[in-house]
Design a protein around this ligand. Structure first.
Ligand code: CP
Length: 316
């Protein structure tokens, strides 16, 4: 297994099974700190830099909360408009990260351009963590998701993941890459204009995994152990920011996970959603035995604690 110390976390493509297992073990070791709401001094001598060129609630704050839980420091920006990258100068990623590496020891970047964190990693000597790049990937979210599955169901192997929503979504890409490393099935349900591309399916097939595609959540809900939901009514992930218009539209029934649809679900099936949600997952589902997205949000802090400790060399 490759060392995590000093390593960039840019993609789950090529992330090996033993690496998932190791990250989960490290997360297990740090989880009691988060559960008891303590702050320790493991990273007291380290600083996290957050560079968010797109809005975020969970990903940025979970990384920042994780850094505080481990006693570290945080600097950064949550709106590139307040930096030289977002004003008249349109400062390049190269020039910006050349600066940022002097301000801290690890960089967490979200960007509307696919591949921007990879570009950043070329020009900085500190580890770069991809916090979501355009439609590309969202590796820390999916590490969180699989860790939640591991904690809630005890295993990832042997499970069927029913993935509902826009398959262009960065979480869906990272999820498919990740599941190639497990004995797991992935079923996809998406509107035709948001379905998996042939190129992406071919890439996954090279890893000996076939994604089954069905048309309606009812066609597969009874097969699912993990119901993984994302919006189909959502923002343009290639834009730095998108305001809400007058009419945002409604999610068609085939892509909604409602209490009624869940009557056919397995009793032990769990629902994950990276959030934010629209109407694809109505709030009354929160009260069902299937909902695990708030636990997922909690494990999001634990997972970022593990990743920061690993890339900063404080866990082997
Ligand atoms: N899940 C997720 O990426 O949420 P944010 O956009 O709030 O970071």
């Amino acid at each position: 297994m490759r060392s995590f110390a000093g390593r960039d976390i840019l993609s789950l493509k090529g992330f090996e099974r033993a690496e998932f297992e190791h990250v989960f073990e490290v997360a297990d070791g740090l989880e009691p700190i988060a559960r008891s709401r303590r702050n320790v001094d493991l990273l007291a001598h380290k600083t996290l830099v957050t560079a968010f060129y797109q809005p975020s609630t969970r990903t940025r704050l979970a990384h920042e909360a994780a850094m505080h839980r481990l006693g570290g420091h945080v600097v950064g920006f949550s709106d590139a408009k307040m930096t030289r990258a977002g004003d008249f100068y349109q400062e390049t990623i190269k020039d910006t990260v050349h600066m940022l590496e002097y301000y801290g020891d690890v960089l967490v970047m979200r960007h509307f351009q696919q591949g921007a964190p990879h570009e950043a990693a070329r020009w900085t000597s500190i580890p770069v963590i991809n916090a979501g790049d355009g439609w590309g990937e969202h590796p820390t979210q999916v590490l969180t998701d699989l860790y939640t599955v591991q904690r809630e169901l005890g295993t990832v192997d042997g499970l069927t993941f029913l993935c509902i929503g826009d398959m262009r979504m960065r979480t869906m890409h990272s999820m498919a890459y990740a599941l190639t490393q497990f004995d797991a099935e992935m079923i996809a349900i998406a509107p035709p204009d948001m379905s998996l591309t042939d190129g992406f399916k071919a890439e996954i097939a090279e890893q000996n995994m076939t994604i089954r595609e069905v048309g309606h959540v009812r066609d597969a809900i009874a097969d699912a152990d993990v119901i993984y939901v994302e919006p189909v009514v959502q923002a343009d992930y290639t834009a730095s920011r998108q305001e809400r218009g007058e009419d945002v539209g409604q999610t068609p029934e085939p892509y909604r996970v409602t209490r009624e649809v869940l009557r056919d679900a397995r009793p032990g099936a769990i629902i994950l959603h990276s959030l934010p949600r629209m109407d694809e997952l109505p709030p009354d589902v929160d009260g069902t035995r299937h909902a695990r997205y708030w636990e997922e949000a909690y494990y999001g802090v634990v997972m970022r604690m593990a990743l920061l400790a690993l890339v900063l060399g404080e866990r082997g």
